[in-house]
Design a protein around this ligand. Structure first.
Ligand SMILES: Cc1cc2nc3c(=O)[nH]c(=O)nc-3n(C[C@H](O)[C@H](O)[C@H](O)COP(=O)(O)O)c2cc1C
Length: 215
């Protein structure tokens, strides 16, 4: 399995980056599995949706080179892991812009004239790791974790047919120490590698494209 681990935090010394490194360490603890880190902030990814992006969405233009490069990077992976700080009960704007621009019509999904959607990312497993500063009680009381799963897991990846194999919210306020959260992150990576077959194969049980009514 090859995993692309995407982070969206401006500071490489942040807790978010430390969590991402532990997920990678957990995956690479299993021989035969490889990883690649995409640090969107360090790479200077521009999250602003452009006129060209709209033209592509409306099938009146081609994807720009930067967007194509991001899609090729995802195409090389069997597993996409998003590790991000929770900002306003969702992902940071940088990561949202990456999804807006890269998960395009024609590559991630195809809306059909008759109203159905071809889901194109059935081969890509997805693991979400959100890191929050609030405590579990706050998340539970307001249903924030469910809201995030509806929007992100179902709304984005479900729409594209990409199976979400794990969705974790790590809250350092609740943990006895940040080390405990880093340990959880290592275990997430380790679990993903242990569950995946060796080599360049999508996880078992997840087929290629499916054709379903829009969600
Ligand atoms: C703009 C902003 C919005 C935030 N919104 C939330 C939030 O909605 N829920 C939450 O639990 N934490 C929130 N936080 C706290 C971050 O999730 C927390 O600072 C982060 O996980 C700590 O990791 P870091 O050291 O990598 O920044 C927010 C922080 C910032 C800067």
């Amino acid at each position: 399995m090859h995993a692309l681990v995407v982070t969206a935090h401006p500071d490489a010394a942040s807790f978010t980056h430390a969590v991402a490194r532990q997920v990678i360490a957990g995956i690479e603890a299993h021989p035969g599995h490889t990883t690649e880190m995409a640090d969107l902030a360090a790479e200077g990814f521009d999250p602003r949706f452009t006129v060209a992006d709209i033209a592509l969405f409306n099938r009146r233009g081609a994807a720009d080179a930067g967007v194509l490069a991001e899609q090729r990077r995802i195409d090389r992976a069997d597993l996409l892991v998003l590790v991000y700080p929770i900002y306003w009960w969702s992902m940071p704007g940088l990561l949202k812009g990456w999804i807006d621009r890269v998960f395009t019509q024609g590559w991630a999904y195809d809306d059909q004239p008759e109203g159905t959607t071809v889901k194109r990312l059935g081969r890509l497993a997805v693991q979400l790791v959100g890191i929050g500063g609030a405590d579990q009680g706050t998340f539970a009381r307001h249903g924030y974790a469910d809201a995030m799963r509806t929007q992100i897991d179902h709304g984005i990846f479900g729409y594209c047919g990409a199976p979400v194999v794990g969705s974790d919210v790590l809250l350092h306020a609740d943990a006895p120490s940040r080390e405990k959260v880093l340990h959880q992150a290592f275990n997430i990576g380790s679990r993903l590698a242990a569950a995946a077959p060796h080599g360049r194969t999508a996880p078992t049980g997840y087929g290629p494209e499916e054709r379903r009514a829009p969600v």
